[in-house]
Ligand binder design. Structure first.
Ligand code: PLP
Length: 442
């Protein structure tokens, strides 16, 4: 079956969905025109849609599936937990197990607490920073997505006119519905611009509770924070008494101990989500004991309120524990190697096909954009200035989909441990065929 097909079951389900949900959906990132493909089941690196079409899943639920679908260890842990208790207003042992794994693996994380999403994880990391410093403002990178909370729903889609000087970007709200006051709370800095960011952080230092850094922002095709930029953030945060929050929601999969294995910049607080739940909803935030103590209500002093009906629910905790146990140092290395193989292969393919393009990313997080030959992207304004060709990228996306490879429409390819070198070579061969046909019809 070739997408789109108005007679498909997916097309019919979408008609049904539109009657009960605005735009027929609950998640902008999975919207597709003319209709999204509804998935029925997944196994390993493959998914099957409701029309029976099989595809390689290079989205992995926007990076949350490190082991693809239904990894046997995670399935077993879930079955065992489901036979005991699903959710209960009391702590359970798997919560401690997952907390022990995170604190043992991640440098600078002595204590953690759990929540239900990356949005909440960043939100509570910010709250901890505010409580610890007694300050209110937060700095974030222009163009970086750090979840959907009000202060973070700024600058992600910044645009001219109104976005100001590239060295001191104006904080813009990401659309209607975000509190107007959010822009007052946020200082927006240009990712990877050392001098401009240092100046901004020093100018606002006494009001800033936190700097939020995602070291590999997906929306700019995964430029990596340069080691010098990350080191500058650490230095200025220490100098100004600002908490450095590392948003590891997506980038934790870069190393056994997260992206700190590559960046070597020690944050004060880390926000986690995605892979640490083994595919179930999860979030967590952690850091030094003295910072995390702002959540300790047993000390007889003021503390940060932190509740949540599903925080540390035993199913997510058990799945996360099993997934992280199977995410061993050798698996981290092997999967990161597959990422390199993919990026090298895509670059060679584009070169040999005479197609201009940018291939970015690190570890198992990969990005490709066609139509621009400007080399590696540094930050958001650089990304926006590129000449990615929507028709070419759209045709590549559709062509891959119809040849059995599903990636994110933004040009993001996410790998999972069930994949092997053969899987990557198959994806690259499919890309080769697709590009050949796309170029001949342009
Ligand atoms: C870097 C980063 N931070 C935060 C979030 C928000 O996580 P969630 O979708 O679990 O709320 C995301 C989601 O993709 C993310 O990529």
């Amino acid at each position: 079956m070739i997408y789109p097909d108005p007679t498909s079951r997916s097309a019919q389900l979408y008609e049904r969905a539109k009657k009960v949900m605005p735009a027929g959906n609950s998640r902008l990132t999975v919207a597709m025109s003319p209709y999204p493909i509804y998935i029925e089941r997944g196994e390993g690196y493959r998914v099957w849609d409701v029309d029976g079409v099989e595809r390689i899943d290079c989205v992995n639920n926007m990076t949350s599936l490190i082991h693809g679908h239904r990894h046997p260890d995670v399935s077993e842990a879930l079955a065992k937990q489901a036979a005991k208790v699903w959710t209960v207003a009391a702590p359970t042992e798997p919560e401690i197990g997952l907390a022990e794994i995170l604190t043992a693996r991640v440098s600078g994380v002595d204590k953690v607490r759990f929540c239900n999403s990356g949005t909440e994880a960043v939100m509570f990391a910010i709250r901890a920073a505010r409580a610890f410093t007694g300050r209110s403002k937060v700095a974030k990178a222009e163009g970086a997505y750090n979840g959907a909370s009000d202060p973070m729903a700024t600058g992600v889609m910044a645009h001219a006119p109104g976005w100001g000087d590239s060295k001191a970007p104006v904080t813009m709200r990401d659309g209607i519905g975000v509190a107007e006051s959010a822009v007052e709370e946020v200082i927006t800095f240009p990712f990877n611009d050392i001098d401009a960011t240092r100046d901004l952080l020093r100018a606002h230092g006494s009001e800033l509770a936190a700097v939020v850094l995602c070291p590999l922002p997906s929306r700019m095709k995964y430029p990596i924070a340069s080691p010098e930029f990350a080191a500058m953030l650490r230095e200025v945060c220490t100098e100004q008494g600002i908490m450095l929050i590392l948003d590891e929601v997506m980038s934790f999969r870069l190393g056994y101990g997260g992206s700190q294995d590559i960046l070597t910049t020690q944050p004060d607080i880390v926000a986690f989500a995605k892979i640490i739940g083994g595919g179930l909803p999860v979030g967590a935030f952690g850091g030094r004991s003295d910072i995390m103590d702002v959540f300790d209500h047993t000390q007889g002093k003021a503390f940060v309120l932190h509740g949540g009906t599903y925080n540390a629910n035993p199913l997510s905790m058990a799945a996360g524990e099993a997934a992280l146990k199977a995410w061993t140092p050798s698996e981290v290395e092997r999967l990161n190697g597959l990422g390199e193989r993919f990026r090298d292969g895509m670059r060679t393919l584009l070169r040999n096909s005479n197609i201009a393009g940018v291939v970015g990313g690190a570890g198992s997080l990969c990005a490709a954009g066609l139509g621009d030959s400007g080399g590696p992207i540094q930050n958001y304004r650089d990304y926006v200035s590129r000449t990615f060709d929507p028709n070419l990228n759209g045709a590549f996306y559709r062509g891959m989909l119809n040849r059995g490879v599903m990636f994110s429409e933004g040009g993001i390819f996410i790998l999972s441990t069930p994949m092997t070198e053969d899987t990557i070579d198959h994806i690259l061969d499919t890309a080769k065929d697709t590009l050949k046909s796309v170029v001949s019809t342009q």
